[in-house]
Design a protein around this ligand. Structure first.
Ligand code: AMP
Ligand code: MG
Length: 404
């Protein structure tokens, strides 16, 4: 048996050759979730012109200074500003112009009296109190000045960013695309869900699991097929998927079994290395380059595939997508016993609960690595360091496998 490579060492090796995908121009209405490649600044002041913050009347503050309920000032109504139109009337001394919320502030005016605070009489607008300069006026550039950074590079575009970019006039952005991940499942025993498995067969599940994991990691999954334990079929599926993929993820067939097809597919080349990594589950792993694109061979056992994905594939996809590749661990207090492995870091499904601001991790009870049902009830994977049994109350760290 070859010596085990630690997970950290393996991750370093895997990530060494991974680079961010080339940014693409993405229409703003499709840009949600993309990573902005370069910062974007305001190309003009926001808002672009001074406007009224209220439905009211634009006037000169100086005209209102002496106004009171006892001695109202009456200003002549000189016109009305319409939404979306330039303010055509100038506000001279003694004049007022009606202006709606967001309407352009007419030249000459420096304050807006809200409709509620004044009256209309035959002679014009009746003002019963002073309105200081700038009152109810939104100056141009109040939100952002031309040239100021609107959204920084590396930002994952979310609702507020998209709104701000649209407000600044951007209809598309330069963003790092989502890595397209071709997922291939291997195994003579596999049938598609919806088909009745014959004796000795099982339903193929990894491509669905991996599809979800890829999406969650910000990638674009492409289920590229379920193939038998035949090296030629594996290579054919990968080759067919290659034009529409940035990275390959294959499950099954990477260990030492006689029929392991992925191992046999790459036996005569050194493009892909097969290693034993010190994680449990998830020991046999393959990584390399195929047709110029990163290739991951994950163990077939679904729980092992999940662990391998989280530890090695997810960081790679993050780098390709321009995202932070660090695994985000939840610090938690363990609510059960977890036995360590002598030579591996172990990952065990746990449920998470909150006690105040503390996260509690409850082992699911079912510990065998092929148990998808245990995973479906879990919120995360608790990490058990090599040769360190964890007792109730121990601090541990958990990789979340579901959000919220
Ligand atoms: P392998 O890594 O090919 O030796 O497979 C290890 C275990 O995982 C076997 O019990 C397989 O039946 C199972 N397995 C492999 N691939 C899949 C898959 N795509 N869906 C469900 N189970 C799988
Ligand atoms: Mg197999």
């Amino acid at each position: 048996m070859r010596p085990l490579v630690t997970a950290d060492e393996y991750r370093k090796r895997v990530l060494r050759g991974i680079v961010a995908l080339k940014p693409q121009r993405i229409p703003l209405d499709a840009a949600y979730g993309y990573i902005l490649a370069a910062e974007l600044s305001a190309t003009r002041d926001l808002p672009p012109f001074p406007s009224s913050a209220m439905d009211g009347f634009a006037v000169q503050s100086a005209d209102t200074g002496l106004a009171s309920a006892e001695a109202p000032v009456v200003l002549e109504l000189a016109g009305e500003v319409r939404m979306g139109r330039p303010a055509l009337f100038e506000v001279a001394r003694g004049k007022a112009v009606a202006v709606p919320t967001g309407g352009m502030l007419p030249a000459g005016a420096d304050t807006v009296i809200p409709v509620e605070l004044c009256g209309l009489a035959e002679g014009g607008l009746v003002v019963t109190g002073p309105s200081p300069p700038g009152h109810n006026v939104r100056p141009a550039g109040e939100d952002l000045r031309q040239g100021e950074v609107l959204v920084p590079a590396g930002r994952r575009l979310e609702a507020a960013d998209l709104g701000a970019l649209a407000a600044a006039g951007y209809s598309n952005v330069e963003a790092t695309p989502r890595p397209r991940v071709a997922i291939v499942s291997t195994g003579d025993e596999l049938v598609d869900p919806g088909t009745e498995p014959a004796s000795g067969q099982i339903c193929e599940s990894n491509s669905f699991l991996l599809q979800g994991l890829v999406r969650r990691a910000g990638g674009e999954p492409l289920r590229a097929g379920r193939v038998p334990d035949d090296p030629a079929a594996v290579l054919e599926a990968l080759t067919t998927a290659a034009p529409s993929a940035d990275v390959f993820v294959c499950s099954g067939g990477v260990s030492v079994g006689r029929d392991d097809p992925v191992k046999r597919a790459f036996a005569s080349s050194d493009a892909v290395s097969f290693l034993q990594v010190a994680v449990q589950p998830g020991r046999p792993q393959a990584f390399g380059t195929w047709l110029g694109k990163p290739f991951f061979g994950l163990p077939g056992n679904p729980m092992a595939a999940l662990v391998a994905f989280e530890l090695f594939v997810r960081p790679a996809l993050c780098i390709m997508a321009g995202r932070d590749p660090q695994t985000q661990y939840v610090p938690a207090t363990l609510q059960g016993n977890l036995g360590a492995s002598a030579d591996c870091v172990r990952y065990v499904p746990v449920r998470l609960a909150c006690r105040g601001s503390e996260a509690l991790a409850y082992p699911s009870g079912r510990r065998r690595s092929n148990q998808l049902a245990a995973l479906a009830q879990a919120d995360g994977l608790a990490e058990i360091p090599q040769a360190t049994n964890l007792e109730p109350g121990s601090r541990c760290r958990v990789i979340r496998i579901r959000d919220g």
